[in-house]
Structures are given as structure tokens and as C-alpha cells.
Design a protein around this ligand. Structure first.
Ligand code: F6R
Length: 243
């Protein structure tokens, strides 16, 4: 695990976007998996801009959405689907064969998990971009989730249900999530965990300096040989050791 500190959110996002764009330049059929949420928003915008401005061929990339709120339609502006469509799929005009998102309305969610697992078995994830929740979750891998999980459906933690309201225009009933598992994260060739702002300082301290334990999911990042934590000064503010 490597840790990189940036002055602010923009510099952090620019670094991630630059790295992904260069990786696509070197590997046009790159497989990119991304979280939704506030943290990767600017990375997605800058990545789209760089790919277009630098005329990088992105016609063969594959995009994978990390997770979804169970029961929400893709038209809900707070859904992960909506984020992925608006930030990546539509701006890059990806073909349906190029992207894979969880269908959180599927009748059989375990079949939906199996579909995503099969798809990932067929192609390795080259870069995975994740955020960190206020309870240390990654994707919807909530505290207590096994580090060995593949895709699964999970009862959301109370913290996730209440913090998650920020994505919606009106109060929504959040119950379950469907998410890639940590086995996918450990198998990804490179993982970026991004965090910005002082509200993330506590969870970043636990991630970097606490115990590696399933009770604090983001600590798994330290078990990945090619993971990079990207944080701004505010998110780094509680770290005790200078890095
Ligand atoms: C969303 C996801 C979540 C978020 C996390 C941080 O697709 O996977 O794990 O990454 O909750 O959310 P933000 O970035 O909004 O602080």
C-alpha cells in the first residue's frame, strides 16, 4: 500500500484522472471499476475531459459499476446507476456491451450477483477506484463483511442509511445494497482509495494506522500489494506519523 497526499481535492482528482487516462493510452482495452458518490465525481469529470482532449482511444474500455442501492430505479438521481450513466457512460458514449452495472431491480438478486461475478471472471479489473464511507465501508461492504466475498446483497448499516440520504432530493427508504465483494478488490490489478475533506480524517486514520480487520472494511486496502490511498490535507489531518 502506498499513500499519496495532495493539497486539495482538485489535485487528488487530477492525479487519479491522469493515471487512468495514461493507463488507457497504454492499454486501450482497460477494465475500469468505479464507485459512485461525492468523492470520485471530479475524477470522472476530469477523466472524460482528458480522454477527449488528448484524443485517447477509449472505444474498447470496459466500465464496471461497483454497487447499487437495492430497489432503486436507475432513473432515481441518487442511484449509482444514474451517476455512472451521467458521469461516464453517456459522456463517453459507451456501448451497452462495454459497461456492466448491477440491476438493483432484478427479481433474483443472487442471479444478478452471479452474473457480475461471471463477467469479472472473464476479464480482470485493471483499475478499481473506491471511496470510503463514514463507517469505513468500501462499496457496500459494511463492517463485518468477509474479506473473501464475491458479489453479494447486504443489509445496510445504519450509518450508510443515514449518510446515504445526501444523494437524494427527498428522504428515501434505504434497506439493502448490492455490491462487488472484497475478493474482486483483492484481485484487481490496482486500487485507488480516495478520500477528501476533514469529515474523512477519522476513517482515514483507522484505515492507515488501525488494525486490519473485517470490522473496519477499508483496512483491507493494506492487504493489496498495488493499492494507493489518495487523500487531501484535510483527510490526512489526523494521521500521527508523517508520511
Ligand atoms: C458508492 C460507494 C460508497 C462510497 C462511500 C463514500 O458507490 O461505493 O462506498 O464510495 O460511501 O461516499 P462519498 O464519496 O459520497 O463520501
Amino acid at each position: 500500500m502506498e499513500l499519496k497526499r495532495f493539497k486539495n481535492y482538485h489535485e487528488l482528482s487530477d492525479f487519479a484522472a491522469d493515471d487512468i487516462a495514461n493507463s488507457i493510452k497504454n492499454n486501450p482495452s482497460l477494465v475500469l471499476c468505479m464507485a459512485s458518490g461525492d468523492t470520485p465525481k471530479l475524477t470522472a469529470d476530469l477523466l472524460v475531459k482528458k480522454l477527449k482532449e488528448e484524443k485517447i482511444d477509449y472505444s474498447k474500455i470496459t466500465f464496471i459499476g461497483l454497487d447499487e442501492w437495492v430497489g432503486l430505479p436507475p432513473t432515481n438521481s441518487g442511484s449509482c446507476h444514474y451517476f455512472f450513466q451521467n458521469k461516464m457512460i453517456q459522456p463517453l458514449q459507451l456501448k451497452p456491451s462495454q459497461y456492466f452495472l448491477f440491476d438493483a431491480l432484478a427479481k433474483d438478486l443472487s442471479m444478478e450477483c452471479a452474473r457480475m461475478d461471471r463477467m469479472i471472471t472473464d476479464r480482470d479489473i485493471d483499475i478499481m477506484v473506491v471511496g470510503i464511507g463514514m463507517n469505513g465501508h468500501i462499496g457496500f461492504n459494511e463492517p463485518g463483511t468477509s474479506f473473501n466475498n464475491l458479489s453479494h446483497v447486504i443489509e445496510l448499516d445504519e450509518v450508510t442509511k443515514s449518510v446515504g440520504q445526501k444523494y437524494f432530493n427527498e428522504q428515501v427508504e434505504l434497506g439493502k445494497g448490492i455490491t462487488l465483494g472484497f475478493k474482486h478488490l483483492l484481485n484487481a490489478k490496482k486500487v485507488f482509495l480516495m478520500a477528501n475533506g476533514s469529515k474523512k480524517a477519522e476513517v482515514i486514520k483507522k484505515t492507515v494506522e488501525g488494525q486490519v480487520t473485517e470490522n473496519f472494511p477499508a483496512s483491507i486496502i493494506r492487504q493489496h500489494e498495488n493499492s494507493v490511498i489518495l487523500i487531501d490535507e484535510e483527510a490526512a489531518s489526523l494521521l500521527s506519523k508523517p508520511r
